[in-house]
Design a protein around this ligand. Structure first.
Ligand code: BES
Ligand code: ZN
Length: 643
């Protein structure tokens, strides 16, 4: 009752003072804050500078409850509130730590995607820094989490919980300034059932039995490096680990841990290669966590503990480039951070660029060239077929009123990479450009920046080549829709056998298929097979049913474990309207939830009338167990309303 009274009083006060605290209610089309269209916060007035979490994880009720202790710093005179983001949080009270006085607060109307603005009135003090404690509880529906029952795990021994805060889900976990323009170090003390192993995106500073309840353990963590809220992460489950390097372990349920240790054995080499390119690794440990199959992404660069999908476990290390990608984020993204989701290409474009540099150093330049060429094809296919040259094909999109998860696409990755590759070539090659990359990281580490700051630094670094830089069509690169204005030349020599085999399948008539044999692909790497399939898939007209069946008979693609090969193969079969493939496609989307795979398969099933209804039926029956983000986006792909 008391908070309600305080709340009403505050509303009245604010109205009287002319502060438009209710503005959060109707800003969906405007962008919430000038710095970041997806955050309610106003860090230019008062900024979060440290977070200490003290929470209990309830695996039965699916909630966290306890305290977020926030240190906030007023940025100017006359500021008497701090504005935070929250989503589905039950706020119990807010206190001033130094006096234990209750502070009044107001919770704005809930917006569907952006949650509610939480405004806390600050006491007047001499200094600019204040410590406030928010007592609260998360919702079982918090969009940051997926809670799995023991039955939904591989080992079926313990329940499981994992978070995914990027892009703007942290606000459903912690009341905070959920904008990447704000960075802060954090500490955490989390209580959980003692059978559960808990990990966070931080260094573990110890664990002990809870002296007040010995069925529970208390885990402590510290992240000393200032991070944006989207990098807060937590996982709990029946986890084991194996050492895979001097600063690395891999964690997973015990069923996968040996396979994972084998798959990711190149981690330390990738780290040292990245350090040579980007500078020292500041995060101490680099551990990996292999999640349950419903994890919606390939990887997530949570500091000290990268999260990866189990679909990377191909058995031959062929999908470890995702680890190189997440490692690269330790610099581009986690040290130098985009200031809001509109400048996401700064994170992802640079990261793909560094990832491919690592690839080149470890496996040779031809492989980097091949990946870049595949990236271009992927970009083209998405820009034209999926995004229809629309507004999300801009390198810097306008995200006012837009859910960043809806705008997510390959564009910031591959258009961003293409721009950097083009600049590298234009400015004299790697010897000239790699020093820029290092200097860029040095200049902006621990900061959050936008594309103009990046560009200004580029111009100042290449002072002697300003005339070259002035010839770049910046407007089109940054704000143009569609494909990039320049198409780089990539050396596709590694793809020659893939192209030749593709041409042969395309040119041969259905009655003449005896010239193909299982030997055709015997000498190809799994990467080359994936590219062969991609080239066939991109052929103007679908392969005939006879050819697809012959391909299966000879090459046995249905038996392949490699998830990238499965994706391309199934898309090819569905494009050819092969009815038998529908069951394989459903199996693929039901046994894992990585959106990169699930969404195109569902879209292909939807596009073909022969499979549309089956796809919708399958989705509706699986939706309750799916990760909420995946369910939401697949629902849109299938043109259904939300659940
Ligand atoms: N940070 C991203 C994942 C992400 C982006 C999650 C936006 C939520 C919102 C991660 O680094 C990533 O890019 N993952 C890719 C892997 C890749 C390009 C090798 C993925 O999940 O496919
Ligand atoms: Zn990334």
């Amino acid at each position: 009752m008391i908070p309600f009274l305080i709340k009403s009083a505050v509303s009245f006060l604010f109205l009287a003072a002319g502060i438009h605290y209710w503005r959060s209610g109707n800003m969906t089309k405007e962008g919430l804050s000038p710095n970041d269209p997806s955050s309610h916060s106003h860090p230019e007035d008062c900024r979060l500078v440290h977070l200490d979490l003290e929470l209990n994880a309830d695996f039965n009720k699916h909630i966290f409850s306890g305290f977020a202790h926030l240190t906030v710093e007023k940025q100017k005179d006359g500021v008497d509130t701090v504005v935070l983001d929250s989503k589905d949080l039950k706020i119990k009270n807010v206190t001033d730590q130094s006096t234990a006085q209750k502070l009044s607060y107001s919770l704005g109307d809930k917006l569907e995607v952006f949650g509610s603005r939480l405004e806390v009135r600050l006491p007047s003090t001499n200094g600019n820094k204040l410590n406030i404690s928010i007592e609260y509880e998360t919702s079982p529906e918090a969009s940051a989490f997926q809670w799995l029952t023991a039955d939904q795990t591989a080992g079926k021994r313990q329940p499981y919980l994992f978070s995914q805060c990027q892009a703007i889900h942290c606000r459903s976990f912690v009341p905070c300034q959920d904008t990447p323009s704000v960075k802060f170090p954090y500490t955490a003390t989390i209580t959980a059932p003692k059978e559960i192993t808990l990990l966070m995106s931080a260094i573990s500073t110890g664990s002990e039995t809870d002296s007040s309840d010995n069925s529970k353990s208390i885990y402590r963590f510290e992240q000393k490096v200032p991070i944006p809220s989207y990098l807060i992460a937590i996982v709990g489950g029946d986890l084991e680990s194996r050492d895979i390097g001097p600063r690395s372990k891999v964690w997973s349920e015990k069923e996968f841990v040996d396979a994972a240790a084998f798959e990711f054995s190149e981690t330390e080499t990738m780290l040292t290669t990245a350090e040579k390119l980007c500078g020292p690794y500041v995060w101490g440990r680099y551990d990996l966590l292999v999640l349950p199959p419903s994890f919606p992404y390939g990887g997530m660069e949570n500091p000290c503990l990268t999260f990866v999908t189990p679909t990377l476990l191909a058995g031959d290390k062929s999908l470890a480039d995702v680890v190189a990608h997440e490692i690269s984020h330790s610099w581009t993204g986690n040290l130098v951070t985009n200031k809001n989701p509109e400048h996401f290409w700064l994170n992802e474009g640079h990261t793909v660029f560094v990832e491919r540099k690592i690839q080149s150093r470890m496996f040779g330049e031809p492989l980097r060239q091949l990946s870049a060429a595949e990236g271009w094809n992927d970009l083209q296919q998405n820009v034209v077929d999926v995004l229809k040259n629309g507004p999300y094909t801009k390198l810097i999109p306008d995200l006012r009123g837009v859910d960043p998860d809806d705008a997510f696409s390959i564009v910031p990755y591959e258009k961003g990479f293409t721009l950097l590759y083009y600049l590298e070539t234009l400015l004299g090659g790697p010897d000239e450009f790699e020093p820029f990359l290092k200097a860029y990281i040095e200049k902006f580490k621990y900061k959050s920046i936008d594309s103009n700051q990046w560009k200004d630094f580029l111009f100042s670094f290449f002072q002697s080549k300003v005339d070259v830089l002035n010839k770049v069509d910046w407007d089109t690169w940054f704000s143009g829709v569609g494909m990039p204005p320049i198409k780089p030349e990539y050396d596709e020599s590694l793809a020659v056998p893939c192209q030749e085999l593709c041409d042969k399948w395309s040119a041969t008539s259905d009655s003449d298929l005896s010239q193909f044999s299982a030997n055709d692909i015997l000498k190809m790497t799994s990467n080359q097979i994936r590219i062969f399939l991609y080239k066939v898939l991109l052929l103007e007209s679908p392969l005939s049913l006879i050819k697809v069946k012959k391909m299966e008979e000879l090459y046995k693609f249905n038996d392949r474990k490699n998830s990238e090969i499965r994706l391309k193969w199934l898309l090819l079969c569905l494009k050819a309207h092969w009815e038998d493939s529908i069951q394989y496609a459903l199996k693929f989307v039901n046994e894992q939830g990585r959106m990169k795979f699930v969404r195109p398969i569902y879209r292909a099933l939807y596009a073909w009338e022969g499979s549309r209804d089956t796809a919708i039926k399958n989705f509706l029956s699986k939706r309750p167990e799916m990760h909420s983000t995946t369910a939401e986006l697949v629902g849109k792909d299938l043109h259904l309303g939300s659940s």
